[in-house]
Design a protein around this ligand. Sequence first.
Ligand code: HEC
Length: 117
Amino acid sequence: MSDISTPFSRCILSFFRLVGGLLLVFHTAVVFSQPFNTGNSENGEILHKLNCESCHNSMFPNGDGSAIYDADFRKLKTASKLLAMVEFCAGNNDLPWFEEEIFDVTKFLNDKFYQFQ
Ligand code: HEC
C-alpha cells in the first residue's frame, strides 16, 4: 500500500474528496441559513398586520407603511439585523412574543421584502 496510485488507493482518495466536498456544502448551508427560516410566514403576516402595520402606515403620507421595508428606504442590511429589529420593535411595543412569533414575523418580512440569504 505504499504506492499511492493503485486503483484502490485512488478510489479511497476520491471518496475522501467527495466527503470533503459534501462537508463544505453542508457547512455553507448552515452558515447561510437563518435561524428564523423555521418560522411560519403566514402566521407572521397576520401578526404583523395586527401589531405592526398601523404604526408604520401612520409614518407615510400615503398610508402605506410597507414602504419602510423598500430597498431604497430600509436601513437594515443583514438578516441578523432584521431579526434583532423585529425583536426590538416587539419588545418596545409590549408584545409578549416568544421566539416563535419573532421568527414568524421575521420570516414573513424576509420572504416578502428583504430577501436576505
Ligand atoms: C409605535 C410605532 C411602531 C410600531 C408599533 C412598530 N414599529 Fe417598526 N418602526 C417604527 C419606526 C419609527 C421605525 C423607524 C426606525 C428608524 O428608522 O430608526 C421602525 C422601523 C422598523 C423596521 C426597520 C425598517 C428598515 O429596514 O429600516 C422594522 C423591521 C420594523 N420596524 C419592524 C416592526 C415590527 C415587526 C413591528 C411589530 C412587532 C413594528 N415594527 C412595530 C415604529 C413602529
